[in-house]
Design a protein around this ligand. Structure first.
Ligand code: HEC
Ligand code: HEC
Length: 352
């Protein structure tokens, strides 16, 4: 006879299992602000092709089809033969030999006088497949079909003499072609990221005895890389615990003979929010500007003040720290600092 009790227990168990799955996939509190991505949505984003070709869609295309698509959709930026240098470094431009293809290392890369191209450098065909499929053409990414990408790759490889004119590239033979990638053995991690003549940036080792009980994770920019992408302090959001570091060269320092009587940069101080905590005389939350100016007269203090204002910090005037003020803007900061360090001249002017 059918046992309702156990049927009920079974369905309760099933329900419980189902609800656990859902609850554990959506982070707590997120139920009200989101929903799980559907399988179709995930599939649309999950298009990466790995070096072992996992994720590679089926399809094929030949050199001639590739040339046609290339001329219509790629040549305007990369040149008819992938050789243009005007919008990006050339994709293909000679300097790959049969010997390179046999060795898997492009010898011309050792010669700094030779233009380095994509095909000379890239070790994995999957990278090109993936990149073109997801990112090109630049003005219409993700518009190419898989077959078109196979054809375009066949054309590029043919320009580099990696495959013959009548070659048909497909998911079935792409692994074989990988074995002819000119620089497939050219990748090493045994050097610095910034400069290949430097030692590797990350050199870890496994600790087995007397290991540090606590470790701090830090990062820093070497001097030569400081301002490579502009002033980080001006690019960082103003909230959160990590204000961007000031990476631009220090603000112009003031000549000692500068005859300035600088008027109070009142508008800058107000706009930047300094006056919420500082007043001219007498302490508020922070020390008075009068006291600050007394203490930091002279151009030798400019860089220090710049750092203190953008980074914040405490312990100089009392227990209350000053928050980082990274959003002051370079011009306002320059005015404020010029005024802070100019105390001397103003005093002189008053006396005279
Ligand atoms: C509107 C201009 C434009 C068009 C059209 C265009 N590209 Fe690009 N391509 C670029 C730019 C710019 C870059 C560099 C992008 C970057 O590094 O952010 C690039 C990079 C590439 C790279 C990577 C090179 C490397 O060494 O990193 C490949 C491969 C490439 N394009 C292939 C193609 C193909 C194939 C087409 C046609 C389907 C195409 N491009 C169409 C502008 C274009
Ligand atoms: C939320 C309050 C607050 C705001 C806003 C604020 N400060 Fe401060 N500031 C402080 C405090 C508190 C100190 C004392 C910190 C210490 O003891 O080192 C201080 C110290 C300073 C110092 C002296 C630093 C030192 O090392 O002696 C300068 C210069 C300064 N502030 C400038 C500014 C400027 C310029 C602004 C506006 C861009 C500003 N502050 C905005 C609270 C603030």
């Amino acid at each position: 006879m059918f046992n309702w009790a156990s049927a009920l227990t079974l369905s309760l168990v099933l329900l419980a299992t189902l609800s656990t799955v859902t609850a554990s996939t959506l982070p707590q509190g997120a139920e009200s602000i989101g929903r799980l991505a559907s399988d179709a949505e995930i599939a649309a984003w999950d298009i990466d092709v790995r070096p072992d070709f996992l994720g590679l869609p089926e399809g094929s295309g030949d050199v001639w089809q590739g040339e046609e698509i290339w001329l219509a959709q790629c040549a305007s930026c990369h040149g008819d033969f992938g050789d243009a240098n005007h919008i990006f470094a050339p994709i293909v431009l000679g300097n790959i030999t049969e010997e390179d293809i046999a060795q898997g290392r492009v010898a011309a890369l050792q010669n700094p006088a030779i233009t380095r191209t994509t095909l000379m450098k890239v070790p994995t065909l999957s990278t090109l497949w993936d990149y073109i499929y997801r990112a090109m053409p630049w003005n219409a990414p993700k518009s190419l079909t898989s077959d078109e990408v196979y054809a375009l790759l066949a054309y590029i490889l043919n320009l580099g003499y990696v495959v013959e004119d009548d070659f048909v590239l497909s998911d079935a033979n792409i692994r074989v072609v990988q074995q002819r990638m000119p620089n497939r053995n050219g990748m090493t991690r045994d050097h610095g990221l910034w400069s290949v003549s430097d030692p590797p940036d990350v050199m870890g080792h496994t600790c087995v005895s007397d290991c540090a009980a606590e470790t701090g994770v830090t990062s820093s920019l070497p001097d030569y890389a400081m301002n490579a992408h502009g002033n980080l302090a001006e690019q960082s959001r103003s909230w959160g615990p990590y204000p961007g570091q000031w990476t631009a060269p220090p603000l112009a320092q003031h000549e000692p003979q500068r005859p300035a009587v600088l008027s109070v940069p009142a508008q800058q101080l107000t706009t930047a929010g300094c006056t919420a905590c500082h007043q001219m005389t007498g302490p508020l939350i922070g020390p008075s500007f009068h006291d600050i100016r007394d203490r930091y007269k002279g151009s030798q203090h400019a860089a220090y003040l710049q750092n203190r204002i953008t980074q914040g910090g405490g312990g100089v005037w009392g227990d209350l720290p000053m928050p980082a003020m990274p959003d002051v803007g370079a011009d306002a900061l320059q005015d404020i600092i010029a005024w802070l360090i100019a105390g001397e001249w103003e005093e002189k002017e008053k006396e005279g």
